[in-house]
Design a protein around this ligand. Structure first.
Ligand SMILES: Cc1cc2nc3c(=O)[nH]c(=O)nc-3n(C[C@H](O)[C@H](O)[C@H](O)COP(=O)(O)OP(=O)(O)OC[C@H]3O[C@@H](n4cnc5c(N)ncnc54)[C@H](O)[C@@H]3O)c2cc1C
Length: 429
């Protein structure tokens, strides 16, 4: 089991307080029970409550305990997989539909932020996919061509412009995607929760699902103390399912390979330095096989991340790599110290695309966002809400059976060890 170096992280230090929630202590009956209080579960709860449907979220720990409270905050359009590859995997009709819905995903996020006045450091100036070497440049040019033929506002910037917009040295170009932006992710999750509560949803924290039984045409969910009886269940535990409880529908846990990802945040930088790094405040990541990301927060901290887990053996290696990388990317940065660091679990699927399952009668899940969960989680949460209220074509993914990945543990170890080896060597010489 991964060492969880997560709480409190930077996002907890700077997010507005979570709305008041408490553990479920009684027996409750609702139309829809939602397991998991991240973007997916909270978006489902909000959209159900907006539609006047009685819904309750049960969250094992706290709002945003999973990926939703630990991520980089890049509100991306589409998946990490190239658009043409996505269509080749899913077929033209399904693939293009998914691309349209996820391409519009950032708009849904920023519309909700505006509609509910969510304070989450929201900036929508695009994101920068920074290219490394000629191979990287080729890759972003392919992405540009594939998105452009679908009408998306993306543009490859030459090296000088990429350097000016990122403030970073060493890149051969960048793909600017104007649909995208950044947020403070935990603040967004807490804002969704606040909006859902105000619209009439119920949210119970420190309330793990422990077991589920079918009773007539309802499900009875047993938590630590109370029970929830519901006609429909939305399982939104994603890469954090199984972390805190032995959830029912166990096979669900055997599908995702866990990719660990860490972040280090500096002290707030002096104004002159902060004005040179990402001056328009896009978020950035690179084309490296062991990718790295960087962004600024509202207090002018630089947040640098990459693949790896901050366990006792690896933390020193990753920290030293982060320090070397930051100085190499931004040679003018001066003395900085890392004030916050944390890691999290990204849920990867074998084809790098999300999966939709009907796990039992009226039990539905979408998971496996492969590191792209802010906009997709919000989109799929809304789609799940529509699905359980009768629109069975609302989810832009075909239902598939669970396909346990026998190699997932090995792959996870490989990601962890490979990233550690890469970071030990990288930028030393
Ligand atoms: C380090 C990191 C960086 C990332 N960067 C980005 C990024 O920049 N952009 C982007 O779009 N995506 C990013 N992602 C991915 C994104 O964060 C996730 O895809 C997204 O948060 C998933 O949301 P979710 O609601 O589906 O699941 P989660 O947010 O993981 O929520 C699942 C919840 O289920 C709860 N749970 C588990 N078991 C139980 C149980 N038995 N009973 C009750 N509750 C339970 C957990 O406590 C958890 O709170 C990143 C992820 C990580 C980890």
């Amino acid at each position: 089991m991964a060492t969880e170096r997560a709480l409190p992280n930077l996002w907890h230090a700077t997010a507005p307080a979570a709305p008041h929630t408490a553990p479920l202590a009684d027996d409750l009956t609702v139309e829809v029970a939602i397991v998991g209080g991240g973007f997916t579960g909270l978006s489902a709860a909000l959209h159900l409550a907006e539609a006047g449907v009685r819904a309750a979220v049960i969250e094992a720990r706290m709002i945003g305990f999973g990926g939703s409270g630990r991520n980089v905050g890049l509100v991306n359009a589409g998946m990490w997989v190239k658009p043409d590859d996505l269509v080749a995997t899913l077929g033209a009709a399904a693939g293009n539909r998914l691309l349209v819905e996820l391409g519009d995903g950032p708009s849904l996020v920023y519309d909700l932020v505006a509609k509910y006045g969510i304070e989450c450091e929201a900036v929508r100036n695009g994101t920068l996919h920074m290219s490394l070497g000629t191979e990287g440049l080729k890759e972003i040019r392919e992405r540009e061509a594939q998105w452009k033929k679908r009408g998306a506002p993306v543009e490859v910037l030459p090296a000088e412009k990429a350097q000016a917009l990122s403030g970073a040295e060493g890149f051969t170009g960048a793909l600017l995607d104007r649909r995208a932006g950044t947020i403070q992710p935990l603040a967004y999750a807490r804002g969704l929760a606040r909006a859902a509560l105000a619209a009439g949803a119920k949210i119970f924290t420190d309330t793990p699902l422990l077991s589920a039984n079918r009773q007539g045409n309802h499900w009875r969910l047993q938590t630590g103390r109370g029970t929830v009886t519901a006609r429909h269940v939305i399982l939104a535990t994603n890469a954090y399912g199984g972390l805190v409880a032995d959830v029912p529908w166990k096979e669900y846990r055997q599908e995702l390979t866990i990719l660990p990802y860490f972040q280090f945040a500096t002290n707030p930088l002096p104004d002159k330095v902060a004005a040179r790094i990402l001056p328009e405040r896009q978020g950035a990541w690179d084309t490296g096989l062991v990718m790295t990301s960087f962004r600024m927060d509202k207090q002018n901290r630089l947040i640098f991340g990459s693949i790896g887990r901050l366990d006792a053996m690896a933390a020193g290696t990753h920290r030293a790599f982060a320090g070397r990388s930051v100085r190499k990317l931004f040679p003018y940065i001066g003395d900085v110290r890392f004030e916050h660091w944390w890691d999290g679990r990204i849920g990867m699927t074998t084809n790098n695309l999300p999966v939709m399952h009907v796990l039992a009668d009226n039990v539905v899940s979408v998971s496996g966002y492969n590191g792209r969960g802010i906009a997709p989680g919000t989109v799929f949460g809304r789609a799940l809400a529509r699905h359980v209220t009768g629109d069975t074509s609302a989810i832009p993914l075909a239902e598939t059976p669970i396909t346990p990945d026998p190699w997932r543990m090995l792959k996870s170890v490989f990601y962890h060890a490979g990233a550690q080896a890469k970071h030990f060597i990288d930028k030393r010489f």
